[in-house]
Design a protein around this ligand. Sequence first.
Ligand code: PLP
Ligand code: COI
Length: 356
Amino acid sequence: MDIRIERTATPAQKPDSTKLGFGRYFTDHMFIMDYTPDKGWHDARIVPFANISLHPAATVFHYGAEIFEGMKAYRREDGTVQLFRPMENVKRMNSSADRLCLPLLDEEDALEAIKKFVEVEQDWVPSNPGTSLYLRPFLFGCDEQLGLHTLQNAMFVIIASPVGSYYAAGINPVKIMIETEDVRAVKGGTGYTKCGGNYAASNRAGARAEANGYSQVLWLDGVHRKYIEEVGAMNVMFRIGDEIVTPDLSGSILPGITRKSCLEVLRNEGYKVSERRLSVDELVEAMENGTLREAWGCGTAAVVSPIGELAYQGKKYTVNNFEIGEVTQHLYNTLTGIQWGKIDDSYGWTVEIPKA
Ligand code: PLP
Ligand code: COI
């Protein structure tokens, strides 16, 4: 793929990498590529970071034709930069595109675009402990008409943001509220995709949780209102007795790449792992009888995040004395060790970016 590169004449000053937070600063450039039915994907370019101008009738504004991905570039101690399982993101983006009837990407071209973009922006990958360059590829429909029709025109864009930890608490345990009123997704809908609409549908419950001092909500399934699904921005895992349980990919939860990686590590190391339906009643029983030993969320932004408190129907349950558990810590160390190049990547998950 031919990628035109136009470098900025006015590079921005880099933010203090000890105070990054999440998603507040952006790099000097962005990747853009257009789709039209006659030309397919074309005009791939890396250009100075700027506002995007769109027709006010563009589909994305009215009918939510938007999907995105979240991935990170990490700086190793030897100074090189690497990605973590980037092809998984590309494949999931195409699965989302297929569900929303947006044009699919050529997987090799999309990976090349991500790699080239990170190569151009590599000075922006921070090196402080726990920091990385968060990449946000997104794809949206931009037909300029209000009728509901099969989508014709689209744009694929990648922006990047140097980030620290997603939660203000860092690796400290977070408080999560089990949502009993709103639902996020149902099988047959878009729950398994990373489309903006899923997050819009989650806003009200998320706002209620935040107002009550919780970081995010834990969703129950939309049909029975009974089975545990996932948290706002991460998948969940529980250590109940000797079993590590995570909800199976039923069609309404996001197939997280961190989830997949945690499962591969745990299975490889001989842990008893089940991907199965887990009812909220079983979880409450495990919290009441003390068999729930650990709970954690996992996601690109959140990494591996211990859950220290779960609230359900007005009752609060403390998990593992509000401390990070043994398996949670082990997964955190293993994944971040591979991501930041501190331990050997025996799984072959990392992809190195050439030095500029
Ligand atoms: N579930 C939701 C709703 C998410 O937004 C995310 C974050 O991307 C995840 C799970 C975790 O997915 P991944 O590990 O691929 O980042
Ligand atoms: C990610 O973990 O990459 C996400 O997309 C979560 C996002 C909602 C902040």
